[in-house]
Design a protein around this ligand. Structure first.
Ligand SMILES: *Cc1c(COP(=O)(O)O)cnc(C)c1O
Length: 420
């Protein structure tokens, strides 16, 4: 099946009641047939539902669709994008390990890497640029992953993914890509990534109702390599279970994240949120196409306005990653646009407050157009120095272009520009 079809049909036929819609299994737990049945489930002698922290049939359909749409082995859905990112790291790194990351990150990811992971002894080394050599020189024997966002939030920086993944693989470590801003238009697995993480809250849901996250596993990374010791081949908490042996056909990485991390840390998604995200996923291919088309026009409009000091979108001729963008983003450049208005913070503030249609809030990827001032909100926990490093100035506005009629979006931007 092609992606559009997968997102409508895959992983669910019907239940006993012939329900067309995917049922919401709003249950905490599942009945056992017998003591033997319970024992077999707990010892993983057979697979089945025990408790919704670890498995749920509604969530399971979402997991199957996410895996299938990426032509991947498996997926694990959790309570938020942040939980997905945390689990993707905890699943492979322990105390005294490190990861090497791009510095162009979502603010929440930056805080997680820089401060919270550090408290539990996992260091993040930030590459100075997205050049491969700047990543490679930070790798040592304790480095467990290379981490990057498909299109860096919010500066739209990208990397040479094929070369970055080859470098990671030469060092026996996986490449993890946060693909939150470019589902459908970019499949990181086609360019060497091993793990994809998502905030499902954004484009995938598209309706602004639910927080959710996912880890998707391509399924061909060799977790038995020495870099990972026995991490994936001996789990004392399951009497020495080898994830590599037991789950080689169904996804080693996600099995371990589910059976260890969801079991112990428990950031599971509610079945109801999974249901709402599934509804969003059905129309994702249509929406993302429209998001990208609208963004092209809006970027061009902004870049031609005298009151706009600069505009950042991968489609614009002055973007520093223009050539890479054409190589990797053949189906669209996403719909996040950065721009500045003349007059700095004061004018940026007046601009946001004069908008009538475009909504001022902390989110991206909603079907509605959204705007935010990152320096005072999503990235406000960064120091002045860090903001400068991440190229987030006081005049920086982040626009998430929605799927309204593009004339209405442009009219709103125009009337607000006239007011300032
Ligand atoms: C929003 C976002 C996250 C965090 O996701 P939540 O669902 O809000 O926890 C991670 N990465 C990127 C790129 C995001 O935009």
């Amino acid at each position: 099946m092609k992606t559009e079809t997968i997102l409508l049909h895959y992983g669910y036929k019907s239940d006993n009641n012939k329900s067309q819609a995917i049922p919401i299994y709003q249950t905490s737990s599942y009945r056992f047939d017998s003591i033997k049945d319970a024992y077999d489930l707990f010892t993983l002698n057979k697979q089945g539902n025990i408790y919704t922290r670890i498995n749920n049939p509604t969530v399971g359909v979402l997991e199957e669709r996410l895996a299938a749409m990426h032509n991947a082995k498996s997926a694990l859905v959790v309570s938020s994008g942040q939980a997905a990112i945390l689990y993707s790291i905890l699943n492979l790194a322990s105390f005294k390990d490190n990861i090497v990351s791009s510095k162009y990150l979502y603010g929440g990811t930056y805080n997680l890497f820089k401060y919270t992971l550090k408290r539990i002894g996992i260091e993040t080394r930030f590459a100075q640029t997205n050049n491969i050599t700047d990543f490679e020189k930070l790798i040592d024997n304790h480095t467990k992953a290379v981490y990057i966002e498909s299109i860096g939030n919010p500066t739209n920086k990208i990397a040479d993914f094929i070369r970055l993944s080859a470098m990671a693989h030469n060092n026996n470590i996986p490449l993890i890509v946060d693909n939150t801003v470019s589902p459908i238009i970019f499949n990181p697995f086609d360019f060497g990534a091993d793990i994809i993480v998502y905030s499902l809250t954004k484009f995938i849901s598209g309706n602004g109702t639910s927080i959710g996250g996912a880890i998707v596993e391509k399924g061909d990374f060799d977790w038995s390599n020495l870099k990972f010791n026995n991490e994936f081949s001996f789990d004392k908490s399951y009497h020495g279970l080898s994830y590599i042996k037991k789950f080689k056909n169904s996804g080693v990485f996600t099995a371990k994240a589910r059976l260890q991390l969801l079991r112990d840390i428990g950031a599971c998604i509610s079945p109801f949120n999974a249901f709402l995200i599934l509804l969003g996923l059905e129309t994702l291919p249509l929406r993302i196409e429209k998001h990208c088309k609208n963004a092209l026009k809006v970027a061009r409009f902004l870049s031609n306005r005298p009151k706009v000091s600069w505009t950042n979108h991968l489609s614009l001729p002055n973007h520093p990653d223009r050539d890479l963008a054409d190589k990797y983003f053949k189906k669209g450049f996403g719909s996040i646009i950065g721009f500045g208005v003349n007059g700095g913070f004061e004018k940026a503030k007046a601009f946001v407050e004069s908008l009538k249609l475009i909504i001022h809030l902390a989110n991206i990827g909603d079907a509605r157009s959204l705007i935010i001032h990152p320096a005072s909100t999503t990235h406000s926990q960064l120091t002045k120095e860090e903001l400068k490093k991440a190229q987030i100035g006081e005049d920086f506005l982040r626009l998430s272009v929605g799927i309204e009629h593009v004339d209405d979006i442009i009219d709103d931007l125009n009337q607000s520009l006239e007011k300032i």
